[in-house]
Design a protein around this ligand. Structure first.
Ligand SMILES: O=C(O)c1ccccc1N[C@@H]1O[C@H](COP(=O)(O)O)[C@@H](O)[C@H]1O
Length: 204
């Protein structure tokens, strides 16, 4: 998200725990170089703010997190466990995203597990994120670590219920990462679609 009113409206939807802001200049959701930090004043303290980065220097990640008073860095590139540690040492949470397909090597996650708070399991695609398509969630049965993860990649109003059902079978799955499938246009969330999906969720 990018616009103050849209951010405020989404933040006030029940069940929203985190809001994400893209600090990757090549993304159509990029907040921009001179994004005013006042844009975030209406976000309640109960809702944590996540900065999304792709292969940004550790120094820049920390500086942006500090500038916008964000809580967590979501890293979508080839960031190392050492970088994750450095960001955590600066006082921030770290979510490391991985792009999954049926051939994903779950062994590689062990090196990251001690250095992150959560994994984000996204679908492999042409871009680092925001591809708008899913992966075969059955592959998640191969995940054996205790580190929690968010299910990501192509979630939309049509598959939201099925994604919620997945959580019941995967104890480490702690949330859903909703992005392009719940937008009017890049960076502008569809608050009605979000609210409707959560109404369904609360009924289960
Ligand atoms: O959304 C983007 O443009 C983006 C660009 C670069 C890295 C991450 C990005 N978004 C993240 O991608 C996943 C999946 O998004 P989608 O549901 O497939 O659209 C999600 O974690 C977004 O935060």
């Amino acid at each position: 998200m990018r616009e103050a009113d849209n951010i405020k409206n989404v933040a006030n939807i029940q069940y929203i725990s985190y809001l994400g802001f893209i600090f990757y200049p090549k993304s159509s959701r990029y907040v921009g170089a001179d994004w005013p930090k006042e844009t975030l004043v209406s976000v309640p303290n109960a809702v944590q703010k996540v900065g999304v980065f792709v292969n940004e220097s550790t120094e820049n990640v920390i500086s942006i997190l500090q500038k916008y008073c964000l809580n967590i860095a979501q890293l979508h590139g080839e960031e190392t466990p050492a970088q994750c540690d450095q960001i955590r040492a600066a006082g921030f949470g770290v979510w490391k995203a991985f792009s999954l397909d049926n051939n994903f090597d779950f062994e590689q996650l062990a090196a990251y597990a001690p250095h992150v708070d959560c994994f984000v399991f996204d679908a492999k695609g042409a871009h680092y994120g925001g591809n708008g398509h899913t992966f075969d969630w059955q592959v998640l049965k191969k995940y054996k670590l205790n580190t929690p993860f968010l299910l990501s990649g192509g979630l939309n109003p049509d598959n939201f219920g099925q994604a919620v059902t997945q959580a019941a079978t995967l104890p480490q799955m702690v949330g859903l990462d909703l992005n392009s499938g719940f937008e009017h246009s890049p960076a502008l969330k569809n608050t009605e679609a979000l609210a409707a999906a959560f109404t369904t969720f609360s009924g289960q």
